[in-house]
Each structure stands twice: as structure tokens, then as C-alpha cells.
Ligand binder design. Sequence first.
Ligand code: GDP
Length: 365
Amino acid sequence: ALTAGIVGLPNVGKSTLFNAITQAGAEAANYPFATIDPNVGIVEVPDERLNKLTELVQPKKTVPTTFEFTDIAGIVKGASKGEGLGNQFLSHIRQVDAICQVVRCFVDENITHVAGIVDPIDDIEVINLELILADLETVNKRYQRVEKLARQKDKEAVAEFNVLEKLKAGLEEEKPARAIEFSDDQLKIVKGLHLLTSKPTLYVANVAEDEVQDSDTNENVQKVREYAAKEGAEVIVICAKIEEEISELDAEEKVMFLEELGINESGLDKLIKASYSLLGLATYFTAGVQEVRAWTFRKGIKAPQAAGIIHTDFERGFIRAETVSYDDLLEAGTMAHAREKGKVRLEGKEYIVKDGDIIHFRFNV
Ligand code: GDP
């Protein structure tokens, strides 16, 4: 499964947020094969459509799809030089598919800040710089190897060399790889280098309890927003403390608590959704009387691959995907109605699955 790593300097609220994630965690009974790793928190992906489908179909059971967060502790200044737990930190971060960087935006004199004062941009830059330096090392190593081949006019080597030169120049200016422009062909080469700063990233601005409702009053949040905009990155505003409290509530209490706070969605739910889309993930549904269920797929895959997410036999024996879009089904009211109106399509092997599709796979066993 794909996972987003949670990083941040000490004392910014990472553990508080990760606690909220594990406490809110997915109901284990629904996911018996999920791995149990103390650094991984598995959460259910909130999806209004799943509730609507449940009302419509009245199944015995409803199963949301899940998403994984990985807690990555231990970033400090100098990590890229292998100081402290630095190397370990970098190798953990290498293994995640996206990065959620928690940034301290709340001011609390009782809680020390590693740099003495709360300056979110400084904090972001400390972490980003470590990642940039680690990438620069990767690029330099590769550069030395490819340089000779490129001089011999080896075509592939020349292409890679050009990419490496551009990366080197950008990283030396302290730009993350994701902020450097490349052509589509070049991007493929960049991807092959598995750089830390080319991973999709979002910033999680952690504000004080009384700031969640109107975070624009928090100057630190404004600064993070400006910074992220330059990189084309997204910002989610949360209060980790409140998320920890919410994670202890049941569904009904949660709705009431959010109402009291004057917000319609918890910060954690926002974070889950944003991380999910950051990774290019989407959801299709299966809907039967036994079970209505959401499944995660990577945008762009075809119907047989999507079937394979449920079971490899479904992919191997794939015949057709009986498909209706969520909007069409909702408008029709029932599956039978949707069929009468010609909204249920029979799709073949080449069909590219779309977010919100409700699919019934037909397959040979
Ligand atoms: P970590 O070192 O990044 O894992 O930070 P922790 O989650 O341990 O938080 C450090 C301290 O900040 C703890 O005392 C938390 O209770 C406190 N803290 C975390 N989030 C918030 C918040 O949203 N508001 C306030 N006031 N304190 C927070």
C-alpha cells in the first residue's frame, strides 16, 4: 500500500497528530491482513458517497477503503551528514510515497521550540535543506558516473547528464527537485533517481485550539501558505490537540463536537483526503446486498487491473466491468432504474476506471 510519511522538527505536534491517527484508526476486523507496525497508522478514508450508497443499497456491511500514514521521527539539523539518527531518518523517508510536513504555527511559551522561537519558514527550510543535501549527494554520485559516458556521446547518458546538470544547479540553489522544471521525457529520468525532494509534499500547519475556525488570523499560517504556493504545494490547517480529542469520540459525538467548533470536517479527515489525492489515488465502489465497499486505485489504471485489487482471480479471468457512475446511480435512485435508463455500461479490458465508478466485475473462474 502507498503511504505518506509524517515529518517535522521536534515539538511541533507530530506525535500528537500521529496519536490521533492511530486512535481514529481503521476497524481492525475489516482489514484482517493489514500489517501491524507501530510506526504505521491505518485510517479509513472518509467518503460521503459511501454513506449515500449504503442508504441506497442497504447492505449487511459497509467497508471504507484505507490509507496509511508512517511516523518518521528524528529529523534534526545535520541529518544529511549522518548526525544523530539522521541516516535512519533519511532511509525511512526514502521508503514513503509522499511527505506530510508538520509545521508548528501555534505559539505556546510553555513548549520549547528547538530554535528558540516559532518561525515556520525557518523550520520548513531546516528540513527541506537536509533533504536537498541528501539529494545533492545522490545526484553528484550519479553525475560522476554518467559524465564519462556522456563525453563518449552515448545517447542515453547524454540525456541523463543534462538532467543531472539541471538538478545539480537547482539543488545547489536550495530548490527541491519538485520545483525544478523538466520535460516529460526528463521527468522519467528524474523519477528513476528516487530523490527525496521529488516526492509529493504537503504542509500541515498546526495551529492553537482557538485558531482552527479562522486560521487566517494566524500570521504563521499565512507565511506557510505563501511559501507552499511558490512550490505548488498544498497546506492543511489542523490543531493536533483537538484532533487527538476527536479521535477519542464515537461518530455521533464527533459530529456534535465539530458543530460546536464551527467546522464541518475534522483536520484529520482533511489530511487523509489531501494525502490521498496527492498520491493520485481515487476510489471505486462495489455495491451488493452483502457488502458495499470502497476500493482505492491509482488514477489511470484499466478495468482488469482494478479488478485485480479485489482479487488476482478477478484480473486473470476478467470478462467485463458492469459500470455506472456515482452521479448517474444517485440520480436514477436504484440500480434497476439506472439500467433502464441505459446508464449501466458494459466496459471491456481497455476501460480506464474513473473516480466514483460503481463496478460489478464479470469474470471466468
Ligand atoms: P513532536 O515532538 O513533534 O512529536 O511534538 P508533540 O506532539 O510531542 O508535541 C509537543 C508539545 O506540543 C506537546 O506538549 C503537545 O501537547 C503540544 N502541542 C501539540 N500540538 C499542539 C497544539 O495544537 N496546540 C498546543 N497548544 N499545543 C500543542
